[in-house]
Design a protein around this ligand. Structure first.
Ligand SMILES: *Cc1c(COP(=O)(O)O)cnc(C)c1O
Length: 495
């Protein structure tokens, strides 16, 4: 299989090269030149364990890995570190199937990809004769940094350094990060906001003399961000797994369609569902659910992507995004793989903050329906599901649940089973969940751990290990620097 850049199809790489590189030099994203197809019958696959199914799907995309290499990556990624033997189990509530993607070490769905990415990267390095150790630098507004550290911790031949804005993450997010174990990890708070951290990391990545300096010490930089195909492809697996789960439990017959609804930010998770459909999973509609930052809802309705709008901080912060970077891949596919057209749209996004797709391309958006939820609609949905069924969902999942149910009520969905991607444990956003269920606004003096206690008392939901850990774990990282000190801090870390 060949991967090409969405902005220039003459750039061609193998899967392992694309994983190592992350982003193409022309700014484009890597996509498969031709789409593979699931070879075996889904009925046959429905008997497989998560890891065996992961192998069947990932081998279609990572075809330059040997069977041993790929199975090793998978087995290192999905095992006892997940607190459910099924890895991605489903719960049935209120007439829908909630696909729980939060049973990994950081209790959010980013684990599904970031637990395997380090292994895919080190295997790719070995395959391509790279002898340097890989250094990951990440700026985080809370969740991604922790998930990346948890994935890379103690993976040989890698190091990871994470920068977060001082005072800019929740108590629980900060505790999760500063207690991270592993000899190859470091996390530091920076006097500045998330954008300052992000800009600092980008400057280090673009500093060629610094790159030479660390190369002499045996290191090269890489990035763990969500445009890497090493993060995208592992996310296809759980949509096929969800379908197989319904087959195995005789909720559907082989070939019957399902609908899938995904709470969307960067457009990575829902793009994985789209690819699951493209390779042969019978999915009818893909529902793209947004919070008040509803740039994607408008895009699917009008064909214009316009980031020139107010930015809202919401109770579903991982979806507070105005530039959904993975959408570029969809633009490429719906343009009939037109790299020149994709490049033009993306440069318009930079210069004008918007672009409008052609009428022909709009016709290819038929797989999708989009919708959004306000803050009060999101909290009411958490309360409604809890009051009616006792099931507890987090704020991100609630956005998806609200949007899907509204479409259902207005007759816009077929009566095929509905699978809702559930992207975080309610414990990760305890304050919002308690406030929603009790229909109050809790005292801001109560800290994050206090709100977790309240959620536990209220719902009887077992406390995940990830939360137990932060109650007792030692603080291992207490560094605090100014923006100007980021580069020196990286230098020290590598000495
Ligand atoms: C990252 C994230 C999302 C959004 O996923 P995208 O792939 O960026 O669309 C939704 N929910 C949670 C909890 C997340 O961490």
């Amino acid at each position: 299989m060949i991967y090409v850049s969405t902005r220039d199809k003459s750039i061609k790489l193998s899967a392992s090269e694309a994983i190592l590189k992350g982003l193409s030099d022309d700014g484009g994203l890597f996509v498969p030149e031709t789409m593979p197809h699931i070879e075996r019958k889904l009925q046959e696959l429905s008997g497989l364990s998560y890891n065996d199914l992961a192998y069947e799907i990932m081998k279609l995309f990572f075809d330059d890995f040997t069977e041993d290499e790929l199975r090793n990556c998978i087995n290192n990624a999905y095992g006892d570190n997940f607190d459910n033997p099924e890895t991605a189990p489903m719960s049935y509530a209120d007439g829908s199937y909630y696909l729980e993607l939060y049973h990994g070490p950081t209790i959010a769905f980013k684990d599904m990809a970031l637990q395997i990415l380090p292994h895919l990267m080190t295997t790719s390095a070995r395959k391509n004769g790279v002898t340097k150790d890989i250094v990951i630098l990440t700026a985080t507004s809370g969740d991604t940094g922790k998930a990346a550290m948890a994935g890379f911790a103690d993976v040989p031949h890698t190091k990871i350094m994470v920068f977060f804005p001082h005072g800019g993450v929740s108590d629980v997010q900060r505790l999760q990060m500063v207690t991270q174990k592993g000899d190859n990890v470091s996390v530091i708070s920076v006097d500045g906001n998330f954008d300052d951290c992000q800009t600092g990391v980008k400057q280090i990545f673009n500093d060629s003399s610094f790159k030479d300096e660390i190369a002499e010490k045996g290191y090269q930089f890489s990035s763990a961000n969500s445009i890497n195909i090493g993060r995208l492809v592992p996310q296809i697996v759980y949509y096929v797994y969800a379908y197989c789960n319904l087959l195995k439990n005789e909720k559907i017959n082989d070939g019957d369609p399902i609908n899938v609804c995904v709470p969307t930010g960067n457009f990575g998770n829902i793009l994985a569902a789209y690819l699951a459909k493209k390779i042969g999973t019978p999915i009818d509609k893909l529902i793209c659910a947004s919070n008040m930052n509803n740039v994607l809802t408008d895009f699917f309705k009008t064909g214009t992507y316009d980031r020139n709008r107010d930015f809202h901080l919401t109770m579903s912060p991982s979806m507070d995004i105005l530039i959904s970077s993975n959408l570029e891949r969809l633009i490429y596919f719906i343009s009939g793989c037109d790299d020149k057209a994709t490049a033009v749209f993306m440069s318009e996004l930079v210069s004008k903050g918007k672009y409008t797709i052609t009428d022909e391309m709009k016709l290819n958006l038929d797989d999708f329906i989009a919708g959004c939820a306000t803050e009060s609609e999101t909290s009411s949905e958490i309360k409604r599901i809890y009051d009616d069924t006792g099931y507890v969902i987090d704020t991100h999942t609630a956005v998806a649940s609200y949007v899907a149910n509204k479409l259902n009520k207005t007759g816009r969905l077929s009566d095929a089973p509905l699978v809702i991607a559930s992207t975080a444990s309610p414990y990760k956003f305890a304050r919002s969940i308690v406030d929603a269920i009790k229909d109050i606004s809790s005292d801001k003096d109560k800290d994050g751990l206090h709100m977790i206690d309240e959620l536990m008392a209220l719902t009887d939901m077992p406390e995940p290990d990830a939360i137990k850990e932060i109650r007792h774990a030692d603080i291992r990282h207490d560094g605090h620097i100014s923006i100007g000190e980021m580069k020196d801090t990286v230098r020290e870390f590598l000495n």
